[in-house]
Design a protein around this ligand. Structure first.
Ligand code: FMN
Length: 164
């Protein structure tokens, strides 16, 4: 089968797979905060507590995320569609346009998330045009807010009729 057809079909199938949305942050060697919107996030293990996400090798902060030994994953709440767009937009001062503070682990923490997991890098795995980053959770906070959902390039929240 023509590979471009496979790619189009892959995008259609994955676009029809609803996810939550996260923003992953870290600091570079100069202490500058960096971050991007990520929906490849998944839980991996309970003992130890491990999570994963994958980063596109074309992302401008790729080298920093590969070199760093820590990152913070923010599970976005339903009212954080603007944060999702901000951290996926180019040529904009992301941290100048949101409320955030440095944690004790020296990681940038964005205000208002449903949950935040601060992680130390456990393993990185080369995977095609992405690299998988596995993190061990070293600090975790939950506000247990309604989550932001992502489906077919649109944001939303859990509909009222979802809980039956
Ligand atoms: C909902 C959503 C999910 C995304 N998930 C990922 C992801 O899992 N991994 C990734 O590398 N980029 C992902 N992106 C794209 C990055 O957020 C985007 O390429 C990045 O912010 C570009 O950063 P740069 O301008 O620093 O290169 C996602 C974007 C959106 C809108």
């Amino acid at each position: 089968m023509d590979n471009s057809k496979n790619v189009a079909c892959f995008k259609e199938v994955m676009g029809n797979y609803p996810t939550g949305v996260t923003v992953v942050t870290t600091v570079d060697e100069q202490g500058v905060p960096l971050g991007l919107t990520v929906n490849s996030f998944a839980s991996v293990s309970l003992d130890p507590l491990l999570v994963l996400w994958s980063i596109d090798k074309r992302v401008s902060t790729y080298e920093t995320f590969i070199k760093t030994d820590k990152f913070a994953v923010h599970v976005l709440s339903a009212d954080q569609g603007d944060i999702c767009s901000l951290f996926a937009s180019r040529d904009i001062d992301r941290f100048g346009n949101c409320e955030w503070a440095l944690s004790e682990q020296n990681l940038p923490i964005i205000a208002g998330a449903s949950g935040v997991m601060q992680c130390k890098t456990f393993k990185t795995i080369e995977a095609g045009d992405h690299t998988i980053l596995i993190g061990e959770v070293v600090a975790i906070e939950s506000e247990n807010k309604e989550p932001l959902l992502y489906h077919k390039r649109k944001f939303g929240k859990i509909p009222d009729e979802f809980y039956i």
